[in-house]
Design a protein around this ligand. Structure first.
Ligand SMILES: [Mn+2]
Length: 426
Protein backbone atom coordinates (compact mmCIF):
# COMPACT_ATOMS: atom_id res chain seq x y z
CA UNK A 1 0.00 0.00 0.00
CA UNK A 2 1.21 3.50 -0.78
CA UNK A 3 -1.17 5.16 1.68
CA UNK A 4 -1.46 5.09 5.47
CA UNK A 5 -3.78 2.28 6.62
CA UNK A 6 -7.47 3.09 6.27
CA UNK A 7 -9.40 2.54 9.51
CA UNK A 8 -10.95 -0.92 9.23
CA UNK A 9 -14.01 0.57 10.87
CA UNK A 10 -14.94 1.83 7.38
CA UNK A 11 -14.96 -1.67 5.90
CA UNK A 12 -16.80 -3.13 8.91
CA UNK A 13 -19.46 -0.40 8.56
CA UNK A 14 -19.76 -1.04 4.82
CA UNK A 15 -20.30 -4.76 5.47
CA UNK A 16 -22.91 -4.04 8.14
CA UNK A 17 -24.84 -1.88 5.67
CA UNK A 18 -24.57 -4.56 3.01
CA UNK A 19 -25.72 -7.34 5.33
CA UNK A 20 -28.74 -5.28 6.32
CA UNK A 21 -29.86 -5.46 2.67
CA UNK A 22 -29.56 -9.26 2.42
CA UNK A 23 -32.78 -11.23 2.92
CA UNK A 24 -32.81 -13.86 5.66
CA UNK A 25 -30.99 -17.07 4.99
CA UNK A 26 -28.93 -15.76 2.11
CA UNK A 27 -25.24 -15.25 1.43
CA UNK A 28 -23.33 -12.91 -0.84
CA UNK A 29 -20.18 -14.00 -2.62
CA UNK A 30 -17.86 -11.18 -3.63
CA UNK A 31 -14.88 -11.94 -5.85
CA UNK A 32 -11.60 -10.08 -6.00
CA UNK A 33 -10.45 -9.08 -9.48
CA UNK A 34 -8.82 -11.61 -11.77
CA UNK A 35 -5.17 -11.30 -12.61
CA UNK A 36 -4.83 -10.76 -16.35
CA UNK A 37 -1.86 -12.16 -18.22
CA UNK A 38 0.27 -10.12 -20.56
CA UNK A 39 2.45 -12.85 -22.07
CA UNK A 40 4.18 -14.43 -19.04
CA UNK A 41 3.68 -11.53 -16.64
CA UNK A 42 0.50 -9.94 -15.36
CA UNK A 43 -0.91 -6.53 -16.10
CA UNK A 44 -0.74 -4.24 -13.11
CA UNK A 45 -3.27 -5.50 -10.59
CA UNK A 46 -6.18 -3.34 -9.48
CA UNK A 47 -8.65 -4.76 -6.97
CA UNK A 48 -12.32 -5.04 -7.86
CA UNK A 49 -13.98 -1.94 -6.34
CA UNK A 50 -16.87 -3.84 -4.68
CA UNK A 51 -14.41 -6.19 -3.03
CA UNK A 52 -12.23 -3.33 -1.82
CA UNK A 53 -15.31 -1.50 -0.51
CA UNK A 54 -16.15 -4.40 1.81
CA UNK A 55 -12.66 -5.54 2.83
CA UNK A 56 -9.86 -3.06 2.09
CA UNK A 57 -7.88 -6.01 0.74
CA UNK A 58 -5.82 -5.29 -2.39
CA UNK A 59 -4.17 -8.71 -2.78
CA UNK A 60 -5.00 -10.89 -5.79
CA UNK A 61 -6.91 -14.19 -5.55
CA UNK A 62 -9.20 -13.10 -2.71
CA UNK A 63 -12.88 -13.82 -2.05
CA UNK A 64 -15.47 -12.80 0.50
CA UNK A 65 -18.61 -14.53 1.74
CA UNK A 66 -21.06 -12.36 3.66
CA UNK A 67 -23.92 -13.78 5.69
CA UNK A 68 -27.34 -12.21 6.12
CA UNK A 69 -27.90 -10.31 9.35
CA UNK A 70 -29.57 -13.02 11.42
CA UNK A 71 -26.67 -15.45 10.95
CA UNK A 72 -24.26 -16.02 13.81
CA UNK A 73 -21.33 -15.27 11.60
CA UNK A 74 -20.57 -12.03 9.77
CA UNK A 75 -18.16 -13.02 7.02
CA UNK A 76 -15.40 -15.30 5.78
CA UNK A 77 -12.45 -13.76 3.98
CA UNK A 78 -10.43 -15.98 1.64
CA UNK A 79 -6.84 -14.99 0.96
CA UNK A 80 -4.11 -16.52 -1.11
CA UNK A 81 -2.08 -19.17 0.67
CA UNK A 82 1.58 -18.35 0.37
CA UNK A 83 4.57 -20.66 -0.11
CA UNK A 84 8.34 -20.15 -0.25
CA UNK A 85 8.55 -20.38 -4.05
CA UNK A 86 5.76 -17.81 -4.58
CA UNK A 87 7.41 -15.50 -2.06
CA UNK A 88 10.81 -15.91 -3.74
CA UNK A 89 9.29 -14.43 -6.92
CA UNK A 90 6.65 -12.04 -5.63
CA UNK A 91 7.57 -11.24 -2.05
CA UNK A 92 5.51 -11.59 1.11
CA UNK A 93 1.77 -12.25 0.93
CA UNK A 94 -0.74 -11.29 3.62
CA UNK A 95 -0.81 -13.43 6.73
CA UNK A 96 -4.20 -14.21 8.28
CA UNK A 97 -3.46 -11.66 11.04
CA UNK A 98 -2.61 -8.96 8.51
CA UNK A 99 -5.78 -9.70 6.52
CA UNK A 100 -7.79 -9.38 9.75
CA UNK A 101 -6.01 -6.13 10.60
CA UNK A 102 -6.90 -4.56 7.26
CA UNK A 103 -10.49 -5.80 7.06
CA UNK A 104 -11.54 -6.50 10.65
CA UNK A 105 -12.78 -9.91 9.51
CA UNK A 106 -11.66 -12.54 12.00
CA UNK A 107 -12.55 -15.65 10.00
CA UNK A 108 -9.83 -16.11 7.36
CA UNK A 109 -9.50 -19.12 5.06
CA UNK A 110 -7.31 -20.10 2.14
CA UNK A 111 -8.64 -19.11 -1.30
CA UNK A 112 -8.26 -22.74 -2.33
CA UNK A 113 -11.22 -23.50 -0.08
CA UNK A 114 -13.67 -21.09 -1.70
CA UNK A 115 -15.63 -23.56 -3.88
CA UNK A 116 -15.78 -26.21 -1.19
CA UNK A 117 -17.00 -23.65 1.36
CA UNK A 118 -19.68 -22.34 -0.99
CA UNK A 119 -20.97 -25.84 -1.62
CA UNK A 120 -21.17 -26.50 2.11
CA UNK A 121 -23.03 -23.26 2.75
CA UNK A 122 -25.56 -23.90 -0.02
CA UNK A 123 -27.08 -26.70 2.06
CA UNK A 124 -28.31 -24.06 4.53
CA UNK A 125 -28.54 -20.90 2.43
CA UNK A 126 -30.20 -21.53 -0.92
CA UNK A 127 -30.15 -17.84 -1.91
CA UNK A 128 -26.88 -16.50 -3.27
CA UNK A 129 -26.10 -12.91 -4.21
CA UNK A 130 -23.40 -12.38 -6.84
CA UNK A 131 -22.56 -9.21 -8.74
CA UNK A 132 -23.90 -9.76 -12.23
CA UNK A 133 -24.01 -6.18 -13.48
CA UNK A 134 -24.53 -5.30 -17.12
CA UNK A 135 -20.84 -4.32 -17.21
CA UNK A 136 -19.80 -7.83 -16.18
CA UNK A 137 -21.71 -9.22 -19.13
CA UNK A 138 -20.12 -6.68 -21.47
CA UNK A 139 -16.63 -8.00 -20.71
CA UNK A 140 -15.21 -10.18 -23.49
CA UNK A 141 -13.47 -12.35 -20.92
CA UNK A 142 -15.78 -14.22 -18.55
CA UNK A 143 -15.47 -12.56 -15.16
CA UNK A 144 -15.06 -14.55 -11.95
CA UNK A 145 -18.67 -13.79 -11.04
CA UNK A 146 -19.96 -15.14 -14.36
CA UNK A 147 -17.75 -18.24 -14.11
CA UNK A 148 -18.93 -18.86 -10.58
CA UNK A 149 -22.60 -18.38 -11.43
CA UNK A 150 -22.28 -20.89 -14.30
CA UNK A 151 -20.70 -23.38 -11.91
CA UNK A 152 -23.45 -22.87 -9.33
CA UNK A 153 -26.21 -23.17 -11.94
CA UNK A 154 -24.77 -26.44 -13.21
CA UNK A 155 -24.16 -28.06 -9.86
CA UNK A 156 -27.00 -26.59 -7.81
CA UNK A 157 -29.86 -25.82 -10.20
CA UNK A 158 -32.31 -25.41 -7.29
CA UNK A 159 -30.60 -22.41 -5.68
CA UNK A 160 -31.81 -18.87 -6.22
CA UNK A 161 -29.10 -16.69 -7.76
CA UNK A 162 -29.68 -12.99 -7.16
CA UNK A 163 -27.88 -9.99 -8.59
CA UNK A 164 -25.88 -8.09 -5.97
CA UNK A 165 -25.17 -5.14 -8.29
CA UNK A 166 -28.18 -3.03 -7.18
CA UNK A 167 -27.14 -3.42 -3.53
CA UNK A 168 -23.61 -2.22 -4.26
CA UNK A 169 -25.00 0.69 -6.26
CA UNK A 170 -27.33 1.77 -3.48
CA UNK A 171 -24.54 1.75 -0.90
CA UNK A 172 -21.53 2.97 -2.84
CA UNK A 173 -23.37 6.02 -4.18
CA UNK A 174 -23.39 7.54 -0.67
CA UNK A 175 -19.85 8.23 0.49
CA UNK A 176 -18.66 7.77 4.08
CA UNK A 177 -16.53 10.59 5.59
CA UNK A 178 -13.36 8.48 5.21
CA UNK A 179 -14.13 8.01 1.53
CA UNK A 180 -14.66 11.74 0.99
CA UNK A 181 -11.29 12.41 2.65
CA UNK A 182 -9.53 9.93 0.34
CA UNK A 183 -11.25 11.45 -2.70
CA UNK A 184 -10.18 14.91 -1.57
CA UNK A 185 -6.62 13.61 -1.36
CA UNK A 186 -6.91 12.36 -4.97
CA UNK A 187 -8.24 15.80 -5.99
CA UNK A 188 -5.37 17.57 -4.22
CA UNK A 189 -2.82 15.39 -6.05
CA UNK A 190 -4.66 16.21 -9.26
CA UNK A 191 -4.29 19.90 -8.47
CA UNK A 192 -0.54 19.66 -7.89
CA UNK A 193 -0.11 17.76 -11.17
CA UNK A 194 -2.05 20.45 -13.02
CA UNK A 195 0.05 23.25 -11.53
CA UNK A 196 3.18 21.40 -12.72
CA UNK A 197 1.68 21.19 -16.20
CA UNK A 198 0.93 24.93 -16.17
CA UNK A 199 4.53 25.63 -15.31
CA UNK A 200 6.14 23.40 -17.93
CA UNK A 201 3.85 23.41 -20.96
CA UNK A 202 4.95 25.16 -24.15
CA UNK A 203 4.38 24.91 -27.90
CA UNK A 204 6.53 22.33 -29.69
CA UNK A 205 6.05 19.70 -27.00
CA UNK A 206 4.29 16.44 -27.73
CA UNK A 207 1.01 15.74 -25.97
CA UNK A 208 2.60 12.75 -24.22
CA UNK A 209 5.15 15.01 -22.55
CA UNK A 210 2.23 16.50 -20.61
CA UNK A 211 1.04 12.95 -19.84
CA UNK A 212 4.54 12.25 -18.51
CA UNK A 213 4.38 15.31 -16.23
CA UNK A 214 1.11 13.98 -14.80
CA UNK A 215 2.61 10.52 -14.20
CA UNK A 216 5.66 12.00 -12.52
CA UNK A 217 3.52 14.08 -10.22
CA UNK A 218 0.99 11.35 -9.33
CA UNK A 219 3.40 8.47 -8.76
CA UNK A 220 5.94 10.73 -7.12
CA UNK A 221 3.54 11.52 -4.30
CA UNK A 222 2.16 8.06 -3.65
CA UNK A 223 -0.82 7.82 -5.95
CA UNK A 224 -1.24 4.39 -7.45
CA UNK A 225 -1.89 5.58 -10.97
CA UNK A 226 -4.13 7.68 -13.16
CA UNK A 227 -7.75 6.84 -12.34
CA UNK A 228 -8.30 6.41 -16.12
CA UNK A 229 -6.20 6.78 -19.26
CA UNK A 230 -5.54 10.53 -19.46
CA UNK A 231 -6.63 12.60 -22.46
CA UNK A 232 -4.10 15.21 -23.58
CA UNK A 233 -5.61 16.70 -26.71
CA UNK A 234 -4.15 19.69 -28.54
CA UNK A 235 -6.03 21.68 -31.18
CA UNK A 236 -8.64 19.71 -33.11
CA UNK A 237 -7.83 16.53 -31.15
CA UNK A 238 -9.81 18.13 -28.31
CA UNK A 239 -12.98 17.60 -30.38
CA UNK A 240 -12.63 13.82 -29.96
CA UNK A 241 -14.34 13.12 -26.65
CA UNK A 242 -12.25 10.09 -25.68
CA UNK A 243 -9.06 10.91 -27.59
CA UNK A 244 -6.22 8.95 -26.05
CA UNK A 245 -3.33 8.76 -28.50
CA UNK A 246 -1.57 11.74 -26.90
CA UNK A 247 1.03 11.73 -29.70
CA UNK A 248 0.62 15.01 -31.54
CA UNK A 249 2.94 17.98 -31.56
CA UNK A 250 1.43 20.99 -29.81
CA UNK A 251 1.24 24.05 -32.09
CA UNK A 252 1.63 27.62 -30.80
CA UNK A 253 -2.01 28.60 -31.31
CA UNK A 254 -3.47 25.37 -29.95
CA UNK A 255 -5.53 25.14 -26.84
CA UNK A 256 -4.93 21.86 -25.02
CA UNK A 257 -7.71 19.91 -23.36
CA UNK A 258 -6.47 17.75 -20.47
CA UNK A 259 -8.91 15.26 -18.92
CA UNK A 260 -7.07 13.49 -16.12
CA UNK A 261 -7.21 12.46 -12.49
CA UNK A 262 -5.21 10.73 -9.80
CA UNK A 263 -6.13 7.44 -8.18
CA UNK A 264 -5.32 7.46 -4.48
CA UNK A 265 -6.03 4.51 -2.18
CA UNK A 266 -8.27 3.19 -4.98
CA UNK A 267 -10.36 6.39 -5.08
CA UNK A 268 -10.65 8.43 -8.25
CA UNK A 269 -10.45 12.09 -9.16
CA UNK A 270 -11.69 13.29 -12.55
CA UNK A 271 -10.75 16.75 -13.79
CA UNK A 272 -10.74 18.56 -17.11
CA UNK A 273 -9.01 21.83 -17.80
CA UNK A 274 -8.08 23.63 -21.03
CA UNK A 275 -4.89 25.65 -21.37
CA UNK A 276 -3.29 27.69 -24.19
CA UNK A 277 0.00 26.34 -25.60
CA UNK A 278 1.42 29.85 -25.87
CA UNK A 279 0.27 30.92 -22.43
CA UNK A 280 -2.39 33.21 -23.97
CA UNK A 281 -5.75 32.10 -25.33
CA UNK A 282 -6.83 33.49 -28.73
CA UNK A 283 -9.93 35.69 -28.73
CA UNK A 284 -12.05 32.94 -30.23
CA UNK A 285 -10.81 30.38 -27.70
CA UNK A 286 -11.67 32.86 -24.94
CA UNK A 287 -15.23 33.28 -26.22
CA UNK A 288 -15.91 29.55 -26.23
CA UNK A 289 -14.02 28.99 -22.98
CA UNK A 290 -15.99 31.62 -21.09
CA UNK A 291 -19.28 30.32 -22.53
CA UNK A 292 -18.48 26.86 -21.15
CA UNK A 293 -17.25 28.36 -17.87
CA UNK A 294 -20.54 30.24 -17.37
CA UNK A 295 -22.47 27.02 -18.00
CA UNK A 296 -20.13 25.18 -15.62
CA UNK A 297 -20.84 27.68 -12.81
CA UNK A 298 -24.57 27.50 -13.51
CA UNK A 299 -24.59 23.66 -13.69
CA UNK A 300 -22.69 23.43 -10.41
CA UNK A 301 -25.42 25.35 -8.58
CA UNK A 302 -27.97 22.75 -9.75
CA UNK A 303 -26.15 19.83 -8.12
CA UNK A 304 -28.20 19.66 -4.93
CA UNK A 305 -30.03 17.06 -2.89
CA UNK A 306 -33.34 16.16 -4.49
CA UNK A 307 -32.30 17.00 -8.06
CA UNK A 308 -32.37 14.31 -10.71
CA UNK A 309 -29.29 14.16 -12.92
CA UNK A 310 -31.48 13.81 -15.97
CA UNK A 311 -33.56 16.87 -15.20
CA UNK A 312 -30.70 19.13 -14.31
CA UNK A 313 -28.90 18.04 -17.47
CA UNK A 314 -31.89 19.40 -19.43
CA UNK A 315 -31.45 22.81 -17.80
CA UNK A 316 -27.74 22.73 -18.58
CA UNK A 317 -28.58 22.02 -22.23
CA UNK A 318 -30.91 25.03 -22.29
CA UNK A 319 -28.13 27.23 -20.93
CA UNK A 320 -25.75 25.79 -23.52
CA UNK A 321 -28.26 26.54 -26.27
CA UNK A 322 -28.30 30.21 -25.22
CA UNK A 323 -24.49 30.34 -25.32
CA UNK A 324 -24.43 28.70 -28.76
CA UNK A 325 -26.88 31.30 -30.08
CA UNK A 326 -24.66 34.07 -28.68
CA UNK A 327 -21.60 32.50 -30.30
CA UNK A 328 -23.47 32.36 -33.62
CA UNK A 329 -22.86 28.63 -33.91
CA UNK A 330 -26.59 27.90 -34.10
CA UNK A 331 -29.56 30.02 -35.19
CA UNK A 332 -33.07 30.36 -33.83
CA UNK A 333 -34.19 28.39 -36.90
CA UNK A 334 -31.82 25.58 -35.86
CA UNK A 335 -33.34 25.68 -32.39
CA UNK A 336 -36.82 25.42 -33.85
CA UNK A 337 -36.13 22.62 -36.32
CA UNK A 338 -33.18 20.85 -34.72
CA UNK A 339 -30.07 19.69 -36.57
CA UNK A 340 -29.87 16.19 -38.09
CA UNK A 341 -32.93 15.07 -36.17
CA UNK A 342 -31.54 16.16 -32.78
CA UNK A 343 -31.75 19.28 -30.63
CA UNK A 344 -29.53 21.98 -32.14
CA UNK A 345 -27.15 22.20 -29.14
CA UNK A 346 -26.36 18.47 -29.54
CA UNK A 347 -24.18 19.25 -32.56
CA UNK A 348 -21.70 20.92 -30.19
CA UNK A 349 -22.53 19.44 -26.77
CA UNK A 350 -23.22 15.73 -27.18
CA UNK A 351 -22.48 14.17 -23.81
CA UNK A 352 -23.97 14.25 -20.32
CA UNK A 353 -23.09 16.84 -17.72
CA UNK A 354 -22.47 14.42 -14.84
CA UNK A 355 -21.56 10.93 -13.78
CA UNK A 356 -20.95 9.47 -10.32
CA UNK A 357 -17.37 9.24 -9.03
CA UNK A 358 -15.90 7.13 -6.25
CA UNK A 359 -13.82 3.98 -6.29
CA UNK A 360 -14.36 4.03 -10.04
CA UNK A 361 -14.08 7.11 -12.17
CA UNK A 362 -17.43 6.26 -13.72
CA UNK A 363 -18.84 5.00 -10.47
CA UNK A 364 -22.04 3.10 -9.74
CA UNK A 365 -25.26 5.09 -10.09
CA UNK A 366 -27.29 6.11 -13.10
CA UNK A 367 -28.71 9.23 -14.72
CA UNK A 368 -32.17 8.49 -13.36
CA UNK A 369 -30.96 8.63 -9.75
CA UNK A 370 -31.95 11.46 -7.43
CA UNK A 371 -29.06 13.27 -5.78
CA UNK A 372 -28.65 12.96 -2.02
CA UNK A 373 -26.12 14.25 0.54
CA UNK A 374 -22.65 12.67 0.30
CA UNK A 375 -23.00 11.65 -3.32
CA UNK A 376 -20.16 12.79 -5.56
CA UNK A 377 -20.66 13.62 -9.22
CA UNK A 378 -18.66 15.28 -11.94
CA UNK A 379 -19.81 18.55 -13.45
CA UNK A 380 -18.46 18.70 -17.00
CA UNK A 381 -20.15 20.78 -19.65
CA UNK A 382 -18.29 21.13 -22.94
CA UNK A 383 -18.44 22.59 -26.43
CA UNK A 384 -16.67 21.00 -29.39
CA UNK A 385 -16.26 23.10 -32.51
CA UNK A 386 -14.27 21.20 -35.19
CA UNK A 387 -14.62 24.03 -37.73
CA UNK A 388 -12.80 26.32 -35.30
CA UNK A 389 -10.25 23.62 -34.54
CA UNK A 390 -10.81 23.11 -30.82
CA UNK A 391 -13.14 21.98 -28.06
CA UNK A 392 -13.50 23.09 -24.44
CA UNK A 393 -14.62 20.93 -21.53
CA UNK A 394 -14.37 22.03 -17.91
CA UNK A 395 -14.82 19.45 -15.18
CA UNK A 396 -14.70 19.31 -11.40
CA UNK A 397 -15.88 16.80 -8.80
CA UNK A 398 -18.80 17.98 -6.69
CA UNK A 399 -19.99 16.69 -3.31
CA UNK A 400 -23.71 17.02 -2.56
CA UNK A 401 -24.34 18.29 0.98
CA UNK A 402 -27.46 18.85 3.11
CA UNK A 403 -27.73 22.45 1.93
CA UNK A 404 -26.09 22.63 -1.47
CA UNK A 405 -22.72 21.27 -2.47
CA UNK A 406 -18.99 21.89 -2.50
CA UNK A 407 -16.45 21.60 -5.29
CA UNK A 408 -13.55 19.32 -4.32
CA UNK A 409 -11.56 21.00 -7.12
CA UNK A 410 -12.39 24.61 -6.26
CA UNK A 411 -8.63 25.23 -5.82
CA UNK A 412 -7.69 23.96 -9.29
CA UNK A 413 -7.29 27.05 -11.51
CA UNK A 414 -10.18 27.49 -13.95
CA UNK A 415 -10.49 31.24 -14.66
CA UNK A 416 -8.69 32.35 -17.83
CA UNK A 417 -6.78 35.08 -16.02
CA UNK A 418 -5.40 32.73 -13.38
CA UNK A 419 -4.34 30.14 -15.95
CA UNK A 420 -2.61 32.73 -18.14
CA UNK A 421 -0.85 34.29 -15.15
CA UNK A 422 0.44 30.93 -13.91
CA UNK A 423 1.67 29.96 -17.39
CA UNK A 424 3.56 33.21 -17.85
CA UNK A 425 5.10 32.85 -14.43
CA UNK A 426 7.25 29.99 -15.82
MN1 LIG B 1 -15.69 12.81 -16.15
Amino acid sequence: MRYPPISNDLFARNRAKFRALLPENSIAIVCGADQVLRNDCYYRYRQNSDFFYLTGIEQEDSFLILFSQEANEEAILFVRESNPLLERWEGKKLTAEEATGISRISHIRSSQKIVQTIFELLQKSPTVFLNRSALQRKNQVLTREIRLSKLLRNQYPHISLQNAAPLFTQLRMIKEPEELALMQHACNSTERAFRTVLKHTHAGMREYEIEALLWQSFIGEGCESHSFEPIVAAGENSCYLHYGKNNAIINPHDSILIDFGAEYANYAADCTRVIPASGKFTDRQKLVYNAVLRVFYFARTLITAGASIEQYHKRVCEAMQEELLQLGLISTTDVKHGIDGKAAYFKYFMHNTSHFIGLDVHDVGSRSDILAPNMVVSCEPGLYVPQWGFGVRLESDIVVTEHGNYDMMAHIPIEIEEIETLMHHA
